[in-house]
Design a protein around this ligand. Structure first.
Ligand SMILES: [Fe+2]
Ligand SMILES: [Fe+2]
Length: 169
């Protein structure tokens, strides 16, 4: 059987690690630590390039698309909610960038936390509901096609990986 979601769940683990480091950093700032600009620049870069342009793009352009091809076979359609949450995440990311640029620590912390909590619950739903649903709903043929498209996206990303701040992924 062709597994099409393990690779995405593995990517979630990186995203969750970065989120927990960022949430921890917010708490330290509230307790008097100075804002570490480089840390937040790296976090923002990771969210933008890895979580969004790489991981979310694989979901939106490959997995979700394949699921929508046989939406009749799904007992409900959670994809619009997932897409909406990706969009919400992009808005919080913009808030983080603005907060950092304007040295508005309250806004930086608020948006970092909002992003973190949103993604933690989003990832939980994908790992426990959406991905098992995808494994069930897609035909073997569709799964093969999904894996081929993942490979293309992974190759493109590996070229991007030369970007300094993405080297830790
Ligand atoms: Fe997602
Ligand atoms: Fe995801």
């Amino acid at each position: 059987m062709n597994n099409i979601t393990q690779i995405l769940s593995d990517e979630h683990q990186y995203i969750l690690k970065v989120i927990s480091a960022a949430l921890n950093e917010c708490e330290l700032i509230e307790n008097g630590k100075e804002v570490d600009t480089v840390f937040f620049e790296k976090t923002i870069d990771f969210i933008k390039n890895y979580a969004d342009k790489f991981h979310h793009a694989k979901e939106e352009d490959i997995l979700f698309k394949a699921m929508l091809e046989n939406v009749d076979g799904l007992h409900c359609n959670p994809i619009p909610v997932m897409l909406h949450e990706h969009q919400e995440g992009r808005e919080y990311l913009q808030g983080m960038e603005a907060g950092l640029a304007n040295k508005n620590n309250t806004s930086l912390i608020e948006n970092t936390r909002a992003y973190g909590y949103l993604l933690q619950q989003h990832i939980y739903k994908e790992d426990n509901v959406l991905y098992p649903m995808a494994e069930q709903a897609l035909s073997e043929e569709q799964k093969e096609q999904v894996n081929r498209l993942y490979e293309k996206a992974d190759n493109a990303f590996n070229n991007l990986r030369n970007v300094e701040s993405l080297k830790f992924v």
